[in-house]
Write a protein that binds this ligand. Sequence first.
Ligand SMILES: Cc1cc2nc3c(=O)[nH]c(=O)nc-3n(C[C@H](O)[C@H](O)[C@H](O)COP(=O)(O)OP(=O)(O)OC[C@H]3O[C@@H](n4cnc5c(N)ncnc54)[C@H](O)[C@@H]3O)c2cc1C
Length: 307
Amino acid sequence: MAIITIIGAGMAGLAAARRLDSAGHTVVVLDKGRGVGGRLATRRIGAARLDHGAQFFTVRSPEFADLVEAAIAEGVVHEWCRGFASDDGHPRYRCSAGMTDLAKWMAIGLDVTTGERVTDLRHHPADAYLVTAPVPQALDLLAASDVQLDPDLAGRLREVTYDPTIAVLATLDGPSAIPAPGAVQDADATFSFVADNAAKGITTTPSVTLHAGPELSRMRWDDDPDAVLADLLEAGRRWVGPARVLEAQLKKWRYATPLNPLAESSVVASAEPLVVLGGDAYGGPKVEGAFRSGRHAAEALLAALGG
Ligand SMILES: Cc1cc2nc3c(=O)[nH]c(=O)nc-3n(C[C@H](O)[C@H](O)[C@H](O)COP(=O)(O)OP(=O)(O)OC[C@H]3O[C@@H](n4cnc5c(N)ncnc54)[C@H](O)[C@@H]3O)c2cc1C
């Protein structure tokens, strides 16, 4: 049995870890974050819980449906709604107390270490590696680890770009003005998504998450965070409504959404050492895409390791 080190305890890394662990390999998952989940991210402000990365997820493939059904059966995942502006019949899912719940549940029984930034794969001896960091970070790590990439693959990876997202998280002294079921997609010229975390059902404390659209996020990226927060709160008054903002924070996602994912669901970056790359830049820019990529990467590793 092989020792496999996975960089990243987001959806892709955890999906792969579960598959490789069930195949009997020794799997070690390392993440630089304080907790698991990556862009499945929930923050506490006082008594409130606010999702600030992925807001919901959808299910299309049977494999992801199996996982989600098991999570629903254990009370970790719930259907939120079937559309925001209108009912289109397709379930949107949320977690009990925020998106990180799904990652925490998936990590049960796995060897996961958080707060560990991997700077060189050679510091973590293993038979194989899966790197699920966003592509620019993965390329930096491979370079620092002296992993040689095929020039064509390296060129294609360097072309993968991401939309950033600046998120505002705010607790309120009363309900927000965001209509049922608690979110608006493509909300207005400033915000690509606004959500009421209490209406969504992940907290009882009134609180909103406001995601600035990609153009504005890019434009304001380097500006003074206090000024950006103040401007975005002003722009979001319509969604906050008459409630008073009690506490507000800014969260910046540099690599929020891959704009031009690769066609492959994962890639073997190197045979010696065996390094596979996965994540939503390979499976598609969504929670389910990251899951699919993680599973695909696990199969690629199993094939390369001989079963
Ligand atoms: C603001 C926002 C809104 C979104 N909304 C939705 C949505 O509504 N629906 C949807 O389906 N998807 C949404 N997404 C996309 C979804 O969150 C992602 O597609 C998915 O979670 C990506 O999972 P991943 O495992 O590929 O990457 P990540 O979750 O980014 O995981 C990669 C992990 O690698 C770790 N890492 C990186 N470098 C290192 C290192 N050197 N050492 C150790 N660890 C490292 C990181 O800490 C991270 O935890 C949204 C994303 C954002 C940011």
